[in-house]
Design a protein around this ligand. Structure first.
Ligand code: HEC
Ligand code: HEC
Length: 422
């Protein structure tokens, strides 16, 4: 059977079945150069990394999730240095919008140097555990931690609550959001409220469509012409990613992460100092279970407590040492330096790590998922080319709307009400 005829037959199959059933890219016209082939199994794996964006419903543990007043107040406070006692550090010091909500440095400083690389805040609303060691089980609880961490904002509940109570505009916004003035709540409740509005703001940070998504959707609908525009080296890299590289075992789904924790043999020592060990997930679980602000605690707004089930089940086990959260790879071109330690400067370095993996570094209990890939120079370049197609078309995003909030008026429907309206 000639290739062009094979193509027609397949195309007919696609139309009849109404879904993509063939290795579209593998089938070429007689006069076209052959491009990378994908098997049926590979195509289903590729399709599993979409569609994008993912659907989302507000966080049931946070009663102001999705509330436009909360988003408005959360955005203000996110950039407000007055929350810190020294009035010199805000969340925006390390999570910089123009840097894809990270900072481009290995590690950053608030009042002092922190131990880990700053992760991006993009797509946080789709995470299950927060911080690289999973020390928080909600976005709002995670947002409170840097406020009181002595190395970050170094603040406390009393300072935060007083600041909101004394500032008429912030008090007004707080009351619009929660229906109660910060003056009528205790300090701790106001601190939790601040965590919740900051979470509502961060939930609006979502990455846009990427060249990979265009390719993936073209495969899904059998649009061969569009699929063919996806660069050949990226296709070869994608084949490694879902195939012999085993990458998609942990970097799964539309977010390119399974949301869980693994040891991939990155050094556990902070600054190469063998006395300063980052315990990773093991320490994270201890912090999570000890926290009064976890989902089992009094501030979870989900009356059913169904949201807390996973938290009930986590226990620190020996294998959790050296495990870190699997990062999402969306916009990965903009999240360097890489890994919890920020020790890898480029995606080439990351691919080299997986290629030359030192299995002795993997934790004793072992990670059967990883072995040195021994990639050729061409394969490594292809894998990087694929990873770069997970970046948004538009270089690091901005919020779209200017940071200019109309004044808040209680009781009246003010311009602030319309500010975040769709
Ligand atoms: C000094 C720099 C710095 C400042 C200031 C800072 N962060 Fe972070 N942020 C980090 C680092 C480093 C981590 C990783 C922490 C960890 O793994 O324990 C992080 C983690 C996070 C995460 C979890 C990300 C994930 O992938 O799970 C969220 C959410 C977050 N920060 C929000 C905030 C908010 C809100 C503020 C302000 C109240 C803030 N950050 C202030 C550096 C900073
Ligand atoms: C066993 C699960 C697992 C497998 C398999 C895996 N990864 Fe990872 N990946 C992780 C974890 C965990 C981290 C974060 C480690 C850390 O912070 O120290 C990570 C980090 C990364 C990062 C850095 C992202 C960032 O923002 O810092 C990239 C890029 C990456 N992986 C790509 C790949 C590629 C490409 C493959 C296949 C060759 C792969 N991963 C295979 C679990 C995995």
């Amino acid at each position: 059977m000639k290739k062009s005829r094979a193509w027609k037959v397949l195309w007919g199959g696609v139309l009849t079945a109404g879904v993509c059933v063939s290795s579209l890219i593998g089938v070429t016209q007689a006069n076209e150069p052959r491009v990378v082939e994908f098997t049926q199994a590979e195509i289903s794996r590729i399709l599993s990394h979409g569609p994008w964006p993912m659907s989302w419903t507000p966080d049931v543990t946070n009663r102001v999730s999705g509330n436009t007043h909360a988003v408005d107040l959360g955005e203000r406070l996110f950039f407000d240095e007055k929350l810190s006692v020294k009035e010199n550090v805000s969340c925006g010091t390390c999570h910089i919008a123009e840097y894809n909500w990270t900072d481009g440095v290995k590690r950053n400083k608030g009042q002092a140097m922190v131990d880990r690389n700053t992760p991006t805040l993009m797509n946080m609303r789709h995470h299950r555990w927060f911080a690289l060691d999973g020390a928080a089980d909600s976005l709002w609880a995670q947002s409170m931690r840097p406020i009181v961490d002595p190395r970050e904002l170094a603040s406390n509940a009393a300072h935060v609550a007083q600041y909101l109570r004394r500032d008429a505009d912030l008090s007004c916004r707080y009351e619009k959001t929660f229906g109660v003035s910060p003056a009528k709540q205790d300090d701790e409740a106001v601190l939790v409220g601040v965590g919740k509005v900051m979470a509502a703001f961060q939930e609006t940070l979502v990455t846009e469509f990427t060249p990979f998504d265009t390719f993936r959707d073209a495969l899904a609908r059998g649009d061969r012409a569009t699929a063919a525009l996806y660069p050949r080296e990226a296709r070869r890299g994608l084949k490694i990613f879902i195939g012999k590289g085993n990458c998609s075992t942990c970097h799964t789904g539309p977010m390119f992460t399974n949301g869980e924790f693994h040891d991939i043999g990155v050094s556990h020592f902070i600054d190469g100092d063998s006395k300063k060990v980052d315990g990773g997930r093991h320490d994270g679980i201890k912090k999570l279970t000890a926290s009064k602000f976890n989902l089992l605690g009094p501030y979870n707004d989900d009356a059913t407590r169904a949201s807390a089930t996973k938290t009930t089940h986590v226990k620190p086990e020996h294998r959790n040492f050296g495990e870190f959260k699997v990062p999402s790879l969306r916009n990965v071109g903009y999240t360097g330096p890489y890994m919890h330690s920020g020790e890898m400067l480029s995606l080439n370095d990351v691919v080299r790590h997986y290629s030359e993996l030192n299995v002795d570094r993997l934790h004793a209990d072992g990670e059967s998922l990883l072995k040195p890939l021994k990639l050729t120079a061409q394969e490594s370049a292809d894998l990087v080319a694929f990873l770069q197609t997970l970046n948004m078309d538009r270089a690091p995003p901005w919020r779209g709307k200017e940071y200019a909030h109309p004044p808040c008026l209680l009781g009246a429907k003010s311009a602030a009400d319309a500010h975040y309206a769709p």
